[in-house]
Design a protein around this ligand. Structure first.
Ligand SMILES: Nc1ncnc2c1ncn2[C@@H]1O[C@H](COP(=O)(O)OP(=O)(O)OP(=O)(O)O)[C@@H](O)[C@H]1O
Ligand SMILES: [Mg+2]
Length: 294
């Protein structure tokens, strides 16, 4: 029924699952997640139940699934531009400031949609760059709802195990085990810091391994935040928008009661985008002039 070819750039894959590219009979290109370990069937079924009903342009669409007992297949729309981590950390790829903001706005909208889902708040629980996938126009879509659980809006419940990925898990959750949307806001704040700095979650080059939040604080201690900007941007960004996003990211990773909602995050990111488009547009004629006089 479908062509199965090995996914080409597998890096961070958990051993229990493989992702393949495929093509349906109707020529539609798809991504197929093969889950082999029986232990993961429960996660699989949870993901199916959640994803099948939840649809939004900024969420990866689940097209179908196949459950064979101890192995399962999930069939997703294919996001041809891979994941955000490849773009942020890959040597041969670079994103402009505006593209970064668009990706941030898109993923924030996806998460906002989950948090305000009509049937009850859906907490993603594993927000990180490899779970932010990019479509043909670099539009961002959140993937992997395997770790998410539907909870009532505003309510929390105690979880017996810490889930999520090292470096992105809310430190307050690690101690109080309260699962709610605030944990996703924390992880999203970390992703925002990565989007503007191009840095990994842990700085292994420091004398002592340092978290991204601490690196951000130490690099901006003098008051200027531009020292935290990704060198790959080559200075091509709006300082005002950069400061806005930086502050937003820090508030997302701050103490839980003071964190913004994803709705507020979307609003601020849209504002940063608007400022940047205006600033970049005002810069362009100058650049063109310079080129013409050369
Ligand atoms: N629908 C899809 N379209 C395109 N690429 C995909 C799709 N789903 C997954 N991938 C690719 O396969 C990679 C592996 O996905 P997978 O979810 O198995 O692992 P991960 O995201 O790296 O980690 P985790 O298991 O913690 O989510 C993704 O990072 C992405 O590059
Ligand atoms: Mg994933």
């Amino acid at each position: 029924m479908m062509l199965r070819t090995t996914w080409t750039n597998q890096t961070t894959l958990a051993k229990e699952q493989q992702v393949y590219r495929g093509r349906l009979k109707n020529k539609r290109r798809v991504a197929i997640k093969h889950i082999i370990n029986e232990e993961f069937v429960e996660t699989f079924l949870r993901e199916v139940k959640n994803l099948a009903l939840v649809k939004h342009p900024n969420l990866v669409t689940l097209l179908g699934y196949c459950d064979n007992g101890d192995e399962c297949f999930l069939i997703y729309e294919l996001c041809v531009n891979g994941n955000l981590a490849e773009w942020l950390f890959g040597k041969d790829k670079a994103l402009s400031w505006i593209q970064r903001l668009e990706i941030a706005v898109d993923s924030a909208r996806g998460l906002w949609f989950l948090h305000t889902y009509s049937e009850g708040c859906i907490v993603h629980r594993d927000i990180k760059p490899t779970n932010i996938l990019l479509g043909p126009k670099l539009e961002a879509k959140l993937s992997d709802f395997g770790l998410s659980k539907v909870i009532d809006i505003g309510e929390t419940y105690a979880s017996s195990e810490v889930r999520g990925t090292f470096g992105y898990v809310d430190p307050e959750y690690q101690s109080d085990r309260q699962v709610n949307s605030g944990g996703d806001v924390y992880s999203f704040g970390i992703v925002l810091l990565q989007i503007i700095s191009g840095k990994k979650v842990i700085n292994m080059n420091a004398n002592k391994p340092m978290s991204l939040v601490r690196t951000a604080k130490s690099l901006t201690r003098g008051g200027s935040v531009v020292g935290f900007a990704d060198p790959k941007l080559e200075g091509e960004y709006s300082t005002e928008a950069f400061e806005l996003v930086f502050k937003l990211a820090m508030s997302c990773t701050g103490h839980k009661p003071e964190r913004p909602s994803m709705g507020q995050v979307v609003e601020t990111l849209e504002k940063a985008h608007e400022i940047s488009v205006r600033v970049m547009a005002s810069k362009t004629p100058l650049n063109i002039q310079t080129q013409q006089t050369m």
